[in-house]
Structure formats: structure tokens, C-alpha cells
Design a protein around this ligand. Structure first.
Ligand code: HEC
Length: 250
């Protein structure tokens, strides 16, 4: 309901004239599909009511606290947006966005084209190799497992699923689908350095987001340990039932 309140407040702001109209695209006109997407953006009630302000105001300081400036949001793939429209909180746990699952086919594609136009100036991060010394050293044990589980259940579950094999609510909407962490043959070939870098920066050209601005290095190291357990069902079972509890059990 808070999102409705937010919309109402912003609509009132618009009516009262304290918020400017959306900027136009002087630098380069919108393409046909982007133009179509902008019409859908303006037609959809919460998009236009909530986000119009952030098109108009250089909202680096994000005055409302919860409506992001769509020109500054991270670059996302088409499948990320499709999943986000269907189940926003499965993708971004604390978002106020309501579901736009009714948008399908050409409408969804046009809206995505418009949204990708808005933030096209944002640079995408590539996973840079991380030196081992920059990865907080956490061993596999019960306490780390539980800490990693909290992070995973909050931020990764919607895509990677409760069993780690990709069966989250929106996992099937993605292409490629989320990585199957229960695949021991794959997991054993991955270095901590690579996995830690992907969790920080995301995986290019997939819906896998980067978490470096959301999770601390320690949280990223803990969730990394947690996902490794998916590929090792025996240790996972033991740590779940508390056998091998707090000690190191590499
Ligand atoms: C919006 C959906 C989504 C969310 C949320 C998400 N992932 Fe992913 N993840 C993916 C996709 C898609 C891939 C890419 C699969 C591929 O390339 O085959 C992936 C891949 C990965 C990989 C493997 C990289 C590789 O080379 O395939 C790791 C590790 C990973 N995710 C960890 C996480 C962790 C940890 C979280 C939570 C902190 C998380 N992911 C949240 C969708 C997601």
C-alpha cells in the first residue's frame, strides 16, 4: 500500500505544479519502438505518476527515497525487465514497484526499449578478476552457512530458487536461465575469485545482477560459501541439521 501512497503524493505534487514535466529527448530523437514505449510508460498509471518526476529532476539525491531516477539505474537485459514486470520483488526484494504482468508481447518490448534508452548512458561493470586477498576469508561452517542463507533467501531466491537449481519464481522467464548450483561438475571448476567477481559485478549479457552496491564484501563471501553447499549435498545436509555445527569443516 505504501507504493499507492507514494503515487498519490507524487500525483498531488504534479497537480500542485511543484514538479516539472518530463524532459524531451533533444540530443537524439526516440526511435519508433522507443516512442511507442514512452506512450506505454505514460499510459501506465504508476509509471507516469511515480517516475515522471525522476525524468524531470536530476534526482541523484533521489528526494523521495524510493523512486529511482530511471536514467541512472543499472543497465539491464530484456529478460531481466520481463521478470521484473511479472514479479518485481522476486528480482529486487525491497522495490515498491507493483506488478506489470499484464504487459506482454509488443507492449513489453516497447516499454523495455524506452527504459533501456533512458539509462543508456550508464556504464556496465564487467566482472574484474578479484585478488584472493580482497575476498574476506570465511570458512565453511554452520555460522557462515546460516549468514549466507539469509543473504541468499533475500536476494537470490527469486531467480536461483530454494534448491539452487534455478527454480525461483521468475527463473523460467530468463534466458539463459539462472545457473544450476547443484551441478557439482560445474561448481568444482569455478574459482572463488571468479564467483566472487560475478556476485559483485553481475554476468554480462545475462539477467544476473551485480551486488557490490547492495551487499558488503563479507556478505558476498558468505553467500558464496552458501551456494557452494548446493553442489555438496552431504555437507549441506549435515550443516542443515547442525552436525558439524560451528567448527571448520572444509
Ligand atoms: C534476476 C535474476 C537473478 C538474481 C536475483 C540472481 N541471479 Fe545469479 N544468475 C542469474 C542468471 C541469469 C545467471 C547466468 C546463468 C548463465 O550464464 O548460464 C546467473 C549466474 C550466477 C552465477 C554463476 C556465474 C556463471 O558463470 O554462470 C553465480 C555465482 C550467481 N548467479 C550468484 C548469485 C547470487 C549469490 C545471487 C544473490 C546475491 C544471485 N546470483 C542473484 C540470475 C540471477
Amino acid at each position: 500500500m505504501t507504493q499507492n501512497l507514494a503515487c498519490v503524493l507524487l500525483v498531488l505534487g504534479l497537480i500542485a505544479g511543484c514538479v516539472a514535466a518530463p524532459e524531451s529527448f533533444h540530443d537524439e530523437p526516440l526511435s519508433a519502438i522507443e516512442e511507442q514505449g514512452m506512450k506505454i510508460f505514460q499510459r501506465e498509471p504508476c509509471y507516469s505518476a511515480c517516475h515522471v518526476t525522476t525524468l524531470a529532476v536530476a534526482a541523484a539525491d533521489n528526494p523521495t527515497g524510493f523512486v529511482p531516477d530511471l536514467r541512472r539505474t543499472p543497465r539491464r537485459t530484456r529478460d531481466w525487465y520481463l521478470a521484473y514486470f511479472v514479479d518485481p520483488r522476486a528480482v529486487l526484494p525491497f522495490t515498491f514497484m507493483p506488478s506489470f504482468a499484464h504487459l506482454t508481447g509488443a507492449d513489453a518490448d516497447a516499454l523495455i526499449a524506452f527504459l533501456q534508452r533512458l539509462n543508456r548512458g550508464v556504464k556496465t561493470a564487467k566482472p574484474e578478476p578479484v585478488a584472493s586477498k580482497d575476498i574476506p576469508s570465511v570458512s565453511k561452517n554452520g555460522a557462515v552457512y546460516r549468514a549466507g542463507k539469509v543473504v541468499y533467501r533475500t536476494y537470490c531466491l527469486g531467480c536461483h530458487g530454494v534448491s539452487g537449481s534455478g527454480g525461483g519464481t521468475v527463473g523460467h522467464l530468463l534466458s539463459p536461465e539462472p545457473r544450476d548450483f547443484t551441478d557439482g561438475a560445474w561448481m568444482v571448476k569455478q574459482s572463488d575469485n571468479y564467483l566472487f567477481a560475478v556476485i559483485a559485478a553481475g554476468k554480462p549479457n545475462t539477467a544476473m545482477p551485480g551486488f557490490k552496491d547492495i551487499l558488503s564484501p563479507l556478505q558476498r563471501a558468505e553467500v558464496l560459501r552458501y551456494i557452494e553447499y548446493f553442489a555438496d549435498p552431504v555437507s549441506r545436509e549435515r550443516v542443515e541439521v547442525g552436525v558439524g555445527g560451528e567448527g571448520n569443516e572444509n
